[in-house]
Design a protein around this ligand. Structure first.
Ligand code: AMP
Length: 191
């Protein structure tokens, strides 16, 4: 089963990705984590990415697309999960091309939907715990508006392909996971 996790910043994609990966024994990739590790190690790619990252902008498509392409082409297992990719229609189309080049496809897109007010609360709270440089109020607002402009069109994109499953992400983490697990268990009977 090949899954995309879609949702605004602060929806809990990383947390849910961790649970899904562990409980269903599937590999995962987080483009956000990869970008952060390049920034931390001050690689050439990290230096370019940081200019966008600190403002809460999306890094140029080529960076996450190449990361995901390399990762997907190296997977020996057909079960995996993408967290934070694709983030716009261009990336989604690149992903389609990558997958069709290896006769593969996406089975489901889990869309975790959360109210904006709650997102801001959660992200500010995360900042006090994790100290992420992109979790301050100004950057958070920019990330949410970029999400609305660039990423939310993917909801319609995947809905049209009959791949979208919408989850109420306003609920506590465990309830959100429970809903995801119930859905994926049903799906597993198919894939
Ligand atoms: P995340 O941890 O998924 O919230 O991502 C944090 C930041 O990393 C984003 O605000 C972007 O600057 C960058 N990033 C992560 N994934 C992507 C992507 N697929 N496309 C562009 N930028 C990304």
């Amino acid at each position: 089963m090949r899954i995309i996790l879609l949702g605004p910043p602060g929806a809990g994609k990383g947390t849910q990705a961790g649970y899904i990966s562990k409980n269903f024994n599937i590999k995962k990739i987080s483009t956000g984590n990869l970008v952060r590790s390049h920034i931390k190690e001050n690689t050439e790619l990290g230096k370019i990415a940081n200019e966008y990252y600190i403002k809460g902008d999306l890094v140029p498509d080529k960076i996450p697309t190449n990361m995901v392409k390399e990762w997907i082409l190296n997977q020996t297992d057909s079960k995996w999960l993408l967290d934070g990719f694709p983030r716009n229609i261009n990336q989604a189309e690149s992903l389609n091309n990558i997958l069709s080049s290896v006769n593969s496809n996406i089975n489901t897109v889990l869309f975790i939907n959360v109210d904006t007010k709650l997102l801001i609360e959660r992200l500010l709270n995360r900042q006090s715990i994790e100290n992420r440089s992109d979790d301050n109020l100004e950057t958070i607002k920019n990330r949410i508006s970029i999400y609305e402009k660039e990423t939310s069109p993917l909801i319609g994109f995947y809905n049209d392909k009959k791949l979208l499953y919408k989850i109420n992400g306003n609920k506590p983490i465990k309830s959100v996971y429970q809903e995801i697990e119930n859905y994926l268990k049903k799906k597993c009977r198919i894939y």
